[in-house]
Design a protein around this ligand. Sequence first.
Ligand code: NAI
Length: 331
Amino acid sequence: MHRLTLIPGDGIGPEITNAVTEIIKSAGVEIDWDVQPAGADVAESEGTPLPERVIQSIKRNKIALKAPVTTPIGKGFRSVNVALRKELDLYANIRPCKNIEGIKTPFENVNLIVFRENTEDLYAGIERKIDDDTAESIKIITRHASERIFEYAFKYAMDNNRKTLHAVTKANICKLTDGLFLECGRNIAKKYPQIEFKEILVDNLCMQLVQHPDIFDVLVLPNLYGDIVSDLTAGLIGGLGVAQGANIGEDCAVFEPVHGSAPDIKGKNKANPTALLLCAINMLNYIGEKEKALKIESALMKVLKDGKCLTSDLGGCASTTEFTSEIIKNL
Ligand code: NAI
């Protein structure tokens, strides 16, 4: 029996969490979930959206499955997601992006992986109002954080038979910050001559991703570009409903989808649980439940390929619960 932390989140979080835990249970994986609510409702009842109990639970269990948590825009509390990544030093945000059979998009042969530095950059949240008409934000890039994300990505590329790694920056403009990030990439690249190292500016990358995404393999980006580009890459394979992710640190790992809490479809039984389910499959592989992970993945892929029972983001008309039942039927 595994004891793992579960953060159901808010918005569509609880709906997709129910779907995914039901599928995992039906596949016969024994998990004792340590359920840890976080987010806006918790902020009201406990005075903070990210109580210490959540951090302690993940530190204890080492692994968490996390649904999205809403962050107020332009005001209110700091992002729970950012705080969690920082607090647990989950420095590598890994977002694989591969075409899924049955999900039609204008793009073919997409099989790339985004490594987003997860602890600094403009996400450090160091902002101030200078006067009523002027505000500033500080972009932090350190050698330590940059080197370890490149090291992680190069090692992953080696272990997974990847061929090319692009360092993505805007080092022509942010010469010191992105310049340092790029310099770290160049240095680490020398240790991995088997992987072809390339450099690209983030704006050019965005254009090329929507022209011929098949030429990209491993992308390594500072935090903010990584956030934006990984939503773009999600769009290449069918949207946020199918884009998985993981936050990995030295001691803990938090598996969470790329998407947010989707307040526009909250409570409508319309959310696609695929992204969170793919995160869970990745998590099951990570904890050694490979056979059950494969069983769930095969059922999911069959339902997606059949295309008869898809959620509305994928052009179907199935509800979250119908889609979930269909996967369980196929286990
Ligand atoms: P979003 O990802 O929540 O939604 C963008 C669009 O994609 C919406 O139209 C939504 O309906 C759709 N969508 C997202 N996930 C879907 C799914 N599973 N199934 C079907 N459709 C889906 O991004 P948005 O609206 O910018 O952010 C909403 C909130 O989520 C914000 O408070 C934001 O801060 C938060 N957020 C949280 C994240 C996390 O917890 N890791 C990550 C990104 C955003």
